[in-house]
Design a binder for this molecule. Sequence first.
Ligand SMILES: NC(=O)c1ccc[n+]([C@@H]2O[C@H](COP(=O)([O-])OP(=O)(O)OC[C@H]3O[C@@H](n4cnc5c(N)ncnc54)[C@H](O)[C@@H]3O)[C@@H](O)[C@H]2O)c1
Length: 259
Amino acid sequence: MTTIPNSDAQVPDRVAIVTGGGSGMGAATSRLLARNGARVLVADLNAEQGSAVVDEIVADGGQAAFTRVDVSNEDDVAGMVATAVEKWGRLDWAVNNAALPPDSAPIVDLDIATFDRIVAVNLRAVALCLKHELRQMVTQRSGSIVNLGSVSSVKARAHNSAYVATKHGVVGLTKTAALEHGRDQIRVNAVLPGGIDTPMIRAVREASGVTPPDEFGLSLFGRLGTPEEVAEACLWLCTDRSSYVTGHSLAVDAGFLAR
Ligand SMILES: NC(=O)c1ccc[n+]([C@@H]2O[C@H](COP(=O)([O-])OP(=O)(O)OC[C@H]3O[C@@H](n4cnc5c(N)ncnc54)[C@H](O)[C@@H]3O)[C@@H](O)[C@H]2O)c1
């Protein structure tokens, strides 16, 4: 009989990091991983929101802690992984979810400072997180990482050049990390959300004046997704229920990419 490596049954108390865990899909994923028995390090730039998510998890009987991190800063990222390991002894799951909202100008009017900031947080930071998370997971010869891409990882959207380029890059990083660490029994996958009702999409709506009918065009169901619907996909990819899945990009988009 084949032994499935990295079996959750062997280590019930998984240790997880969720970047951007203070809001939207990161908060929903933190709550869901904790409800499924993981000890969760909620990592976010926003201490107030991140701590509030930890308080909710603890009040619900789960285990969680907050760490303030700017994912674009390598010392912060190294410290984030070290904090999880010092606190709980290992790192089983990482959900690299923190990101800045899309830019909103055509390329001919590119503001390169905005472009650089989005690259730093949405792409370079994912590389930094992978580097430090993988180093720990290699010592364990186990682990599962989920990177948050977007339908913008596959399709372009006018006036979102930095966001689209970084989200395409997240899929490239995901596949490369999966190739490099399959033999270490570490899986690396991406989740590509469609339009999800979070503070990020609300900020985009306010900045662009996009009206609800346009938004509904993002999905075949005529509604935005919920953060919890994306969290379910992150949980599945973290756990050994997806033990033969790596290097994959899973769209959670109500069929947007099917068109
Ligand atoms: N909302 C959508 O419709 C949508 C669609 C596709 C993809 N996504 C992606 O899903 C992920 C989650 O999006 P969301 O809508 O939940 O976002 P959100 O804006 O609700 O939350 C993002 C979180 O990231 C944190 N963050 C931002 N910069 C950071 C930094 N430098 N260091 C640490 N934390 C930082 C913020 O404080 C916030 O808590 C992102 O990767 C986003 O690009 C969102």
